[in-house]
Design a protein around this ligand. Structure first.
Ligand SMILES: Cc1cc2nc3c(=O)[nH]c(=O)nc-3n(C[C@H](O)[C@H](O)[C@H](O)COP(=O)(O)OP(=O)(O)OC[C@H]3O[C@@H](n4cnc5c(N)ncnc54)[C@H](O)[C@@H]3O)c2cc1C
Ligand SMILES: NC(=O)c1ccc[n+]([C@@H]2O[C@H](COP(=O)([O-])OP(=O)(O)OC[C@H]3O[C@@H](n4cnc5c(N)ncnc54)[C@H](OP(=O)(O)O)[C@@H]3O)[C@@H](O)[C@H]2O)c1
Length: 378
């Protein structure tokens, strides 16, 4: 039987450990056992996984809704199942969504809808409001509203799988997929909360036991050069390091002759230099021609990967002109934008280009035409 997103493989976690020393950050390494699954992947691909909700949250929500959990509900894709199973495995309940607010308003006595109406008309305020609340918080806030299990099931969203960049090359770790995962935790309305998938992995999955439904999500174009003689520059702060461990393992196995340059960023050199021993060994063996690091919290002023790029502008430009591929992985909202701008600035200054020409070189030539500027950002 072929496993896919529609028919995920029930994998187990072989090994899990924290990559940061002294618990300064909860970024974990997971080794997922996919032996005998027939699943295949290449560096650059992601692993998709379907998380389950926290059973304690399920029980607390059932209590809030006044349900036993044994009631039957009809879910579009699943047919008739118990309300408890729907809440545990199929519905998103750890964060409230927009879709719920209309049915909630309809349940409120006339005259009590104004606050929610106003919120629905202001996207920023709405996002901020929903970002820190789940359905228990909403039902606490609007005690006049009550929902039958079926009404509730129809008013909330389903669970969608989470993707993780694969941190291993298949030939270096047969039967395994390695992941680098930053666990999301926060406190809101005096309750400790976690991201759905990262909380599941960190708190509810038992190594060697819990089946975790997984599938391979092939990358669209985030691949190592087909011709191994090309140089590559890899910018991967935080969990953005993941695919570059896979790239380096693959290029080492392939005997790729091109040079490899890694730029990694994290908080502290002593405690959050993820995979330090592996990268140092690659530096010593010459596999890494260059390794630059940007530890943002080792000094008063922030030092980020784009600062390291700027400091090495001459060499970055030389590598690019000689045909190097430029890869970025990690945070989409801030880091990737800043790195993008740094690249434009480097092209402008080092290539003696106008702002417009530099933008054209980065956005069109490198990215679209030559496909040498590749990103995996989230
Ligand atoms: C192609 C791709 C590759 C990826 N690769 C990786 C990877 O290698 N490693 C990795 O760790 N992640 C990776 N991600 C991100 C990953 O898919 C998940 O989005 C991430 O792990 C969070 O999932 P979650 O279910 O734990 O959190 P969710 O339950 O989805 O919650 C996350 C949300 O929590 C909110 N949140 C966080 N902190 C707070 C706070 N203090 N207060 C209020 N709200 C808060 C944020 O707004 C965020 O949107 C990747 C994503 C994509 C698309
Ligand atoms: N709480 C959350 O919502 C949460 C938790 C985990 C991960 N994530 C998301 O998951 C992704 C990866 O997170 P991660 O923990 O692996 O790493 P990260 O948060 O991206 O941090 C890695 C490094 O990047 C630095 N950084 C911050 N802003 C930057 C910028 N504008 N340009 C360059 N570097 C910058 C950080 O420094 P400083 O932190 O010192 O500024 C840190 O040294 C991101 O999208 C992140 O937002 C979110």
């Amino acid at each position: 039987m072929e496993y896919s997103r529609k028919n995920p493989f029930p994998a187990t976690i072989k090994e899990a450990y924290c990559l940061a020393r002294d618990n300064v950050k909860e970024t974990n390494h997971y080794i997922v056992d996919i032996a005998d699954s027939g699943l295949e992947y290449k560096p650059g691909d992601s692993l998709g996984l379907f998380p389950r909700n926290d059973p304690e949250l399920v029980e607390a929500l059932l209590q809030k809704l006044g349900s036993s959990g044994d009631e039957s509900v009809e879910l579009k894709r699943k047919g008739e199942i118990s309300f408890r199973e729907a809440l545990a495995e199929h519905l998103t309940i750890h964060r409230a969504n927009r879709k719920f607010l209309k049915p909630l308003m309809a349940k409120l006595p006339v005259g009590n809808q104004q606050g929610l109406e106003q919120l629905l008309s202001d996207r920023t305020a709405l996002d901020q409001y929903l970002n820190v609340r789940d359905y228990i918080d909403l039902l606490d806030e609007y005690p006049a509203a009550s929902f039958t299990p079926q009404e509730f099931a129809e008013s909330v969203g389903g669970i969608t799988p989470r993707l993780y960049s694969i941190a291993s090359a298949p030939g270096a770790h047969p039967g395994e997929v390695h992941l680098t995962v930053a666990i999301v935790r926060y406190n809101s309305f005096e309750r400790d909360r976690a991201g759905l998938a990262t909380g599941y992995l960190a708190d509810r999955v038992t190594v060697g036991e819990t089946p975790v439904p997984v599938f391979i999500q092939p990358t669209r174009g985030f691949v190592i050069p087909g011709d191994g003689s090309h140089d590559i520059i890899m910018v991967g702060p935080g969990t953005g390091i993941a695919p570059f461990r896979a790239f380096l393992e693959q290029r080492e196995m392939d005997g790729a002759s091109g040079r490899n340059w890694l730029i990694f960023g994290e908080w502290f050199e002593k405690t959050t230099f993820f995979y330090e021993e592996e990268f140092r060994a690659w530096q010593e063996s010459g596999m890494l021609a260059r390794l630059d690091t940007a530890f943002s919290r080792d000094q008063d002023e922030k030092v980020y990967v784009q600062h390291r790029l700027q400091q090495a502008a001459t060499e970055v430009w030389e590598w690019l002109v000689a045909g190097a591929y430029f890869y970025v992985c990690g945070d989409k909202d801030y880091m990737a934008k800043d790195v993008h701008q740094a690249l434009i600035d480097i092209a402008r200054v080092q290539g003696s280009l106008s702002e417009e020409e530099a933008e054209h070189y980065v956005n069109r030539t490198l990215m679209k035409e030559e496909k040498r500027y590749l990103r995996d950002v989230y």
